[in-house]
Every structure is written in C-alpha cells, then in structure tokens.
Design a protein around this ligand. Structure first.
Ligand SMILES: CNc1ncnc2c1ncn2[C@@H]1O[C@H](COP(=O)(O)O)[C@@H](O)[C@H]1O
Ligand SMILES: [Zn+2]
Length: 340
C-alpha cells in the first residue's frame, strides 16, 4: 500500500511554505545558508517535531517562530522554497498549491518576499519538471488589517504579471486572534479581482465566526473541524470542499483521534473533501503518509485513493488544461498498475 500511495501522482492543495520544512531540510538550510552544523541545532530540530500528548494549537504556533528565523534572510527564504518544492516533488506530488504569508523585516519587504518565492518557483521548474507549483499569498489574521490590504494588493500585482502562478488568497493564522469581519473588505477585493479564496474556518469552536465565514463564502475550506452537520450540508450544496489535514488536526489537539476525524462523515455523506498535509514539516508527515492514515483508519480502498486524488484535481485552482493533464497522469498511473 505504501508503494502504491507513494507512487500515486498526488495533488496537494493545503501546504504552508514555512510549515512544510522538515527536519532534514531545516538542517540543510541551517548548514548551507548559515553554516550551522552544531549539535545544538540538531537538538532544536528534534524538539521541533516532538509533540507532547496534551499539545494544542498555541504550542504549534510557537514552533513556526523557529522556522521563521531561518527564512528571515533572502537567501534563507529562497533556499527554503527550493527545499519545500524538492520535498514535495520527492513525494510524487504532481501539483502543489503553496501558501505563504509575505513578511517584512530588515532583510526584505513584503514585495521582495513574494518576488523571492515566485522567482524560486519559476527557477525550480527545470530542476523539478514533474511538479507544477502555484502560489497563494496568505493573510495572517493576527496582523493588522492594513497588512492584509497590502498582501492583497501585492497578490493582485503579481497575479497580473504571473496569472498562471498566483491563483488565490489564504486566510490563516492563530484562529483566536483577529476578527474575521475586519478582513472581509480585503478578501472581497481579492475575490472581485479574480483570485480564489481559501479560508481557515472552524479550526476552533466559534459558531458566530463560522456563520460569518460561511455566508461570506470561499472556494475551499481549510479544516472545517467544528462545522455542524447543517454546515456540512451547506458546504456540500455549494460544492465547497473541506481540506482535511488529519495529522495536523490530531497533533494540534483540535480533533481527538484519527478515528474521530470529520473526514469519515464527509466520506459517508459523499460531501466534497480533499486530503492535505497543512504543515508537513511541523507535523512530521507527508501526503503519502496522510493517505496511509486515511486508508488505515477508515478502510479506504486503492480506488477510493485514486478518486480522492481526482477530486483534488477537480478542486484545484489550475487551468482547465492543467487539470486535464493532471487527471491524465492519474489515469496513466492506474493503467500502469493493471499491466504490472
Ligand atoms: C495548524 N493550523 C494552522 N492554522 C492556521 N494557520 C496556520 C496553520 N498552520 C500554519 N498556519 C499559518 O502559516 C504560517 C506558516 O507558514 P508561512 O510562514 O505562511 O509560510 C503560520 O505562521 C500560520 O500563520
Ligand atoms: Zn493551514
């Protein structure tokens, strides 16, 4: 099963750049960019992926600070982007929608940040020709609305020059921080200008906010952990898929066990859903591993894994032609198994 899942040409729709750096890549990054090969750093990396039993979202968010330090220079950010693409390519991801929050510090402005990531994605095409990468700039809800407005303005600016690359906007960050309605203006502008919206929604139990988010609308829903049966029905009717990130939800304590994960109910009610990693580095996972968890927890068959991949193709923000090519790759894979 592992080999079947590993070789399947998978589609990843929910991955944060800085959260997707695994310990090996963090060590590569520390060594190549900063010349740090100390044992102390290796210990820090080991601690980074170690989760206590009683972990919660706040503890997860603390971990991002560690990675953010390593990507706080232009060279660090550039190499990190390349490493993340490399790691997803090595996991046979044929299509990746990468999200990241543009940051500003003494080394770069938010515009530089996006430029570095975009240029690295473009340059990686030669080295990793089997993976198609798109970018979704993220709004961090912990930051002021003015920053969100700047992020949307930059996303629109880059979408003009690279419309095949910048395809959407993500709203993420600590779910207890910020007020959703404060970001609606920026999000709505992005949507009116043609960008797709992905929103981290219902990662915590906050019924009024969930209601606001559902009525505002989105193209895909991140997590949807605390959606009610009624909400799920509403999402199904609107054909909005839930991005299911099993390891992320369990390690961050928002879902109590894999068995309890809402993917089960989504599959039973045949509602749109996609399997994603969220932060494969922080949560020490991969899309292959997420599929294996789905298979082992819910007795999902190989055919259903193929169907889940085709569903991700359908809900991706790729062009019609790109989606056809992705589906064809999956079809070829299935055919190659039959002739084995
Ligand atoms: C665990 N569930 C989650 N819920 C909400 N936001 C999350 C997240 N996981 C990651 N992020 C958001 O993505 C950032 C890291 O990638 P970038 O620096 O943007 O590349 C985090 O700082 C957080 O804002
Ligand atoms: Zn996420």
């Amino acid at each position: 099963m592992w080999k079947f899942l590993k070789e399947m040409p998978k589609v990843e729709l929910h991955a944060h750049l800085n959260g997707s750096l695994n310990t090996n890549s963090l060590q590569d990054l520390a060594e190549k960019v900063y010349g740090n090969t100390s044992e102390e750093f290796s210990h820090l990396c080991a601690r980074f992926v170690n989760f206590e039993k009683d972990s919660n979202l706040d503890k997860c968010f603390e971990k991002f600070a560690f990675v953010h330090e390593l990507t706080s220079t232009a060279a660090g950010l550039q190499y990190a982007t390349e490493l993340v693409i490399r790691d997803f390519a090595n996991d046979n991801i044929q299509y990746l929608e990468l999200r990241t929050t543009p940051k500003a510090n003494k080394n770069y402005l938010r515009r530089d940040y996006l430029r570095i990531v975009l240029d690295t994605i473009k340059r990686s095409r030669k080295k990793y020709p089997n993976i198609l990468v798109k970018l979704l700039p993220s709004i961090n809800r912990s930051e002021p609305v003015a920053v969100a407005e700047e992020t949307v303005a930059l996303a629109l600016e880059f979408a003009k020059t690279d419309p095949d690359l910048v395809v959407g906007i993500d709203l993420s960050g600590i779910p207890t921080k910020g007020k959703f309605t404060d970001f609606c203006g920026a999000l709505d502008l992005a949507r009116r200008e043609g960008l797709k919206l992905v929103i981290h929604c219902a990662e915590i139990d906050n019924p009024p906010e969930i209601k606001e988010m559902l009525s505002f609308g989105m193209s895909r829903c991140g997590h949807g952990t605390y959606l009610t049966e009624e909400d799920f029905a509403q999402m199904k009717a609107a054909n909005i898929p839930i991005e299911c990130c099993l390891t992320s939800n369990v390690k961050s304590g928002s879902v109590s066990s894999f068995e309890e994960h809402h993917l089960k109910r989504l599959m039973e009610s045949d509602a749109p859903r996609v399997v994603c990693t969220d932060d494969s580095g922080v949560f020490d996972t991969s899309l292959t591993n997420e599929f294996l968890l789905v298979v082992e927890t819910f007795n999902v068959t190989r055919d259903q894994c193929i169907d889940l991949t085709l569903e991700a193709v359908k809900h991706s923000f790729a062009s019609e032609q790109e989606r056809q090519q992705m589906a064809l790759k999956v079809e070829h894979y299935v055919n190659s198994l039959q002739t084995d």
